[in-house]
Design a protein around this ligand. Structure first.
Ligand SMILES: Nc1ncnc2c1ncn2[C@@H]1O[C@H](COP(=O)(O)OP(=O)(O)OP(=O)(O)O)[C@@H](O)[C@H]1O
Length: 249
């Protein structure tokens, strides 16, 4: 088999000389890194290290103090193709009075400002069914999301992020509040999507075992208190990806 040149893979996220401060407090300092197509990047760091702040800058919710972020080659402030990115923020919670059902919340992942009024097609309903099946929430699809437990709500957010089959999934501590069995199933699912469906992942986690089992013991890069672990799915082709996944459960 011909070795695959990693340089031929598209840069999904490219960060150059990035710094960020909240007022006087510098949180990110001169960060440079790249997430290529089919990478799985795990971010580990202590509380307050700046991990969530970094993800918020990547998805355009916070402007950089210095430096630049590019998504799929475009500066983040000009980027429009948000369907290509699934983002699950940290510590989501619905107000108990929030009236939408699980199915409605998952479906809302399909909408953007342009197509919100369009009729929902059969194909879109199927996408919703698939995403709910993956996250095992079909049985509660008609329940009001505000009435669910934290772990169930987290699964709804994940299904919502998966519904568009994004190229890049950005996850901020996705398994907080989820029971051990569902956590293991979730890690198996995302490592499968990475190894076999070549999706790209950027994930903040406090689960050092999961990160190191899948991405190796040595971080590829450190910035302040943040460690970046990374693995390209090409590296899994010649080794037993299934075995790696089984170490996770
Ligand atoms: N909106 C804000 N205004 C001012 N300071 C903030 C704000 N949000 C976060 N900070 C501070 O910035 C630092 C980094 O916060 P951030 O949430 O990015 O850390 P983190 O690495 O994600 O932490 P954790 O692991 O606890 O989630 C912390 O010291 C935090 O108190």
């Amino acid at each position: 088999m011909q070795p695959v040149s990693l340089d031929c893979h598209q840069h999904m996220i490219n960060i150059q000389n990035l710094s960020f401060s909240y007022g006087e407090q510098k949180v990110i300092s001169d960060l440079n890194f790249t997430v290529r197509e089919r990478d799985f990047v795990g971010i580990i760091g202590s509380n307050g290290a700046g991990k969530t702040t970094l993800l918020k800058m990547i998805v355009g919710l916070l402007p950089a103090t210095e430096g630049e972020i590019r998504l799929f080659g475009q500066p983040v402030r000009k980027f429009k193709d948000w369907e290509r990115i699934g983002y699950v923020p940290q510590k989501n919670a619905f107000n108990p009075l929030f009236p939408a059902t699980v199915r409605e919340v998952v479906m809302s992942g399909l909408y953007n400002n342009k197509n919100v009024l369009r009729r929902i097609s059969r194909a879109q309903q199927c996408k919703c069914d698939d995403a709910m099946e993956v996250m095992r929430i079909q049985g509660i699809q008609d329940q009001r999301v505000g009435m669910l437990s934290g772990g169930q709500q987290q699964r709804v957010f994940l299904a919502r992020a998966l519904i568009n089959h994004p190229d890049l999934l950005i996850l901020d501590e996705p398994t907080v509040g989820i029971d051990t069995e569902t956590q293991a199933a979730f890690f198996e699912l995302i490592t499968h999507m990475h190894a076999h469906h070549h999706m790209t992942f950027l994930m903040v986690s406090h689960d050092i075992d999961m990160i190191q089992n899948y991405l190796g013991k040595e971080p590829m890069q450190c910035n302040g208190k943040i460690n970046f672990y990374s693995r390209h799915s090409h590296e899994l082709q010649n080794c037993a990806a299934e075995d790696l996944q089984h170490t996770l459960i």
